[in-house]
Design a protein around this ligand. Structure first.
Ligand SMILES: Nc1nc2c(ncn2[C@@H]2O[C@H](COP(=O)(O)OP(=O)(O)OP(=O)(O)O)[C@@H](O)[C@H]2O)c(=O)[nH]1
Length: 410
C-alpha cells in the first residue's frame, strides 16, 4: 500500500514539473524578441498586453533598428500645414499713448520735494537771524550759508547788506517778521518780474511751428528734459515733433524717440554720426508739413573743444533759421554741479543766444542758490526746473513758490 502511495506521489510531482516547463516555454515564444518592433497594424489589432521586458534583455538583445532621425520627421511648420484653422498673429502692440498731467498743477505736488532738498538754506538763515545778538560773526555765518548754497558772491553781498539794514530798522524781531523779511529779500534776488514763458509759438502770423532748441552738456538731463517738455506741451493740447540732433549717440536718439512715442510725438532722426544740422532742418521741415505746433530739437553737447561746439551748435541754429527764426534756446544745467554749471553756462552763452535756463536735478541738491547765480551770470531767466526722474517731474519755475519752499521748508 505504501509503495502504491509513493508511486502516485512521484507520478503527480513528475506531471506537475512537465506541465510547468511547457507553460514557461509557451510564454517565452509569445514575447517578441528584443529589437523586434511590432508593426503598426499588429499594434492596432493586438488585444493582449505587450510582454514585460526581462532583466538583461536590453543588454543581450539585438541593438534597436535605427529610427528616423529628428530632421526626417517633418513636423508641420505652420498651423495651416497642419490643417489647423489659420488664426492671424497680432502684430506687437504699439506702446499705449499716455495722457500727461497738466503742468499747472505740478508745483504743488512737487513742492514737498523741493522744500525737502532746500530746507538747509532757508532753515539755516532763519536760525542765524533769530540769534539775540546779530554780531559780525553771525553776519559772516549768514554770508557763508548763502555762498555754500551757490548764491554767488555778488548776490550774497547784496542780500546781506539789505538784511542788515532792515533788521536794524526793525529793532526787536519776531520769528514771523524775520521769515517775511527773508522771504521778500530772497524774492527780490530771484527776480519776480522776469518773463519766464517758454516761447513755443512763432511770432506773427506765420505758417510754421514754433521751434525750441535744447542745448547743454551731455549728462545734465538734456534729452530727458526735451522728453518731459514734449509731455508738458502735449498736455496743453499741442502737437509736437521731436528732432534728435544728438547724432553722436544712437542711444540718445532712441531715448528721445521713446519719450515721443509715449505721447504720440513723432521723432525725426538721422544716421548715427550724421550731420546734426541736417536732422534739425528735417525736423522743422516735417513739423511744418505735419502742421505741428512745436518742434523740439535735442542737440549734442560735448564740451571737449569750444570751437567744435561752436561750429556745431552755430551750424544747427543757422540751418534751422533758413526756415524761420528759432523761438527759444533752452540751456539745460545740472543744479548739483554748482560752479561747474556756471562755467558751462558761460561757454554756451558765447556760442548761442540762450533765452531760457532749465535747472535739472533740483531735487538732488540743497544748493538752490544756483538759480540766482546763473540768472545773474547770463541775464537770462530760469524757466523750468527738473524735480525728479518721473516723466512729469518738470515744472515751470515760479519765484514765489520757490522762495516759499526755501523759507518754509520743514
Ligand atoms: N533726480 C533727477 N534726475 C534727473 C532730472 N533730470 C534728468 N535726470 C536724470 O539725469 C540722467 C541724465 O539725463 P539725460 O537726459 O540722459 O542727459 P543728457 O543731457 O541728455 O545726456 P545724454 O543722454 O548723454 O545726451 C538720467 O538718469 C535722468 O533720469 C531731475 O530733474 N532730477
Amino acid at each position: 500500500m505504501e509503495i502504491v502511495i509513493l508511486v502516485v506521489v512521484i507520478a503527480v510531482v513528475a506531471l506537475a514539473a512537465i506541465s510547468g516547463l511547457v507553460v514557461s516555454g509557451r510564454k517565452k515564444k509569445a514575447a517578441p524578441r528584443a529589437g523586434e518592433s511590432p508593426s503598426p497594424a499588429s499594434t492596432a489589432t493586438r488585444t493582449a498586453p505587450p510582454a514585460e521586458p526581462h532583466v538583461g534583455e536590453d543588454a543581450e538583445g539585438k541593438p534597436e533598428a535605427p529610427g528616423r532621425p529628428v530632421e526626417d520627421v517633418g513636423l508641420p511648420t505652420t498651423e495651416a500645414e497642419a490643417g489647423a484653422p489659420v488664426t492671424e498673429v497680432p502684430a506687437p502692440a504699439e506702446p499705449e499713448i499716455e495722457t500727461p498731467e497738466p503742468a499747472a498743477g505740478r508745483l504743488v505736488r512737487l513742492r514737498a520735494r523741493l522744500s525737502r532738498s532746500q530746507n538747509t538754506l532757508g532753515k539755516g538763515l532763519l536760525t542765524l537771524l533769530s540769534r539775540e545778538h546779530l554780531d559780525e560773526d553771525t553776519w559772516e555765518e549768514i554770508e557763508d550759508t548763502l555762498l555754500t548754497a551757490d548764491v554767488g558772491v555778488g548776490p550774497t553781498q547784496e542780500l546781506v547788506e539789505r538784511l542788515r539794514e532792515r533788521v536794524k530798522v526793525l529793532g526787536t524781531r519776531t520769528p514771523e517778521e524775520l521769515r517775511t523779511l527773508l522771504r521778500e529779500e530772497l524774492l527780490t534776488l530771484v527776480g519776480p518780474d522776469m518773463d519766464r514763458t517758454v516761447h513755443t509759438e512763432t511770432k506773427g502770423p506765420v505758417d510754421r511751428p514754433g521751434v525750441v532748441l535744447v542745448v547743454g552738456v551731455n549728462g545734465t538731463g538734456k534729452t530727458t528734459t526735451t522728453g518731459k517738455l514734449a509731455r508738458v506741451l502735449v498736455a496743453d493740447g499741442k502737437s509736437v515733433v521731436l528732432g534728435a540732433a544728438d547724432t553722436f549717440r544712437a542711444a540718445a536718439a532712441d531715448q528721445l524717440q521713446t519719450w515721443g512715442k509715449r505721447v504720440g510725438a513723432h521723432t525725426v532722426r538721422g544716421p548715427e554720426g550724421g550731420d546734426p544740422a541736417s536732422v534739425a532742418f528735417d525736423a522743422v521741415k516735417e513739423g511744418t508739413e505735419e502742421n505741428a505746433d512745436v518742434v523740439l530739437i535735442d542737440t549734442a553737447g560735448r564740451l571737449h573743444t569750444k570751437t567744435g561746439l561752436m561750429d556745431e551748435l552755430g551750424k544747427v541754429k543757422r540751418v534751422v533759421e533758413k526756415q524761420g527764426p528759432v523761438d527759444e534756446v533752452l540751456l539745460v544745467l545740472d543744479a548739483t554741479t554748482g560752479q561747474n554749471g556756471l562755467v558751462q553756462a558761460r561757454v554756451f552763452a558765447e556760442v548761442v543766444d540762450i533765452t531760457g535756463i532749465v535747472l535739472t536735478k533740483l531735487d538732488g541738491t540743497a544748493k538752490g542758490g544756483i538759480v540766482v547765480a546763473v540768472q545773474r551770470e547770463l541775464g537770462v531767466p530760469v524757466k523750468l526746473v527738473g524735480l525728479g526722474e518721473g516723466p512729469d517731474d518738470l515744472a515751470p519755475f515760479e519765484p514765489d513758490a520757490f522762495v516759499d519752499a526755501l523759507v518754509d521748508g520743514d
